[in-house]
Write a protein that binds this ligand. Sequence first.
Ligand code: SF4
Length: 392
Amino acid sequence: MDLLTALVDKGLRRELPSREEALAVLATSDDDLLDVVAAAGRVRRQWFGRRVKLNYLVNLKSGLCPEDCSYCSQRLGSQAGILKYTWLKPGEAAAAASAGVAGGAKRVCLVASGRGPTDRDVDRVSETIAAIKDQNEGVEVCACLGLLSGGQADRLRAAGADAYNHNLNTSEGTYGSITTTHTYADRVDTVQQAQAAGLSACSGLIAGMGESDEDLVDVVFGLRELDPDSVPVNFLIPFEGTPLAKEWNLTPQRCLRILAMVRFVCPDVEVRLAGGREVHLRTMQPLALHLVNSIFLGDYLTSEGQAGQADLDMIADAGFEVEGADTVTLPAHRGSGMCGTGEGACGGEDACHDEADAGTVPAVDAGAVPAARTDLVAVRRRGAGTDLPPNA
Ligand code: SF4
């Protein structure tokens, strides 16, 4: 396809595709899907080889959020039966983080629900960062604490944080229909505060919330303009008990097209496959490794992922390799976003959910309305905030 030839050429030159080209990727047919994956895979290998960076989420504070993000199981009024707990102690968080590092993660993502941290919260997280770094030499730490206010990014950087995550999630035009308690501009401001403080910025999106192709292209172009070091791509897990519980809009093929589009628009950025991969890509997850260069190991904030060992087996079976702690993630021309990576996750990437009509698994017909795979969604009941060991 001329389209794919042009996109590969641009990706290898780090040149921005046009909006029309990005939209055309989303509009490709199932017959062309493997060609799309192969083309975006060439761009991925140019900048990241066959390496897969592993990241590990630690939910420091779960649920009870005053914000109303529609996709989030931790939102105001959520009826999702998730774990709810207040701040983990530094030692508890460090124990969970160490399990992830032992499983192969080179980055730990510390996430807390809420609009944004108080200065006391920044103190708590600073103590937690110190505890994690004491126990895990060389580990990267990303904080994801919501909207930042004056000086907090600098304090986190001084405390040893390497990165800060705050997702844009959806386009500016649709943001108000997803969340009313803060704005797209608020989110952009926090990402820019993190960058100004010397933190590696991580900011991504959630697909599957009923948005149009134009919305998806808008948010990815918005991210490219912000220029984060990493871009997590989440696929909505429509949690029962949240306003988006019925939004089962994604097929594995659609997910692959979205990931390919993100790779073409952000060719040399860490593109991370985040929440929802097990639920929406299902047996097609290994193909996504040709598009992304980073995934989360194990569980998400409020939902369970596949076993950590299954993640490692998938990477090996697909012919990829886990990125070592001594390898710099980003290509040299991007400089050291800090110690050589990008990204994190939170503020939305973990659309979790409950289960409803378990048992029946309708067949998915490409082109048909996607089935609601509530049977694949499990609320997290292990790891941080529980007495059970973490999945890593
Ligand atoms: S995404 Fe973050 S800010 Fe929004 S409701 Fe969930 S925890 Fe609160």
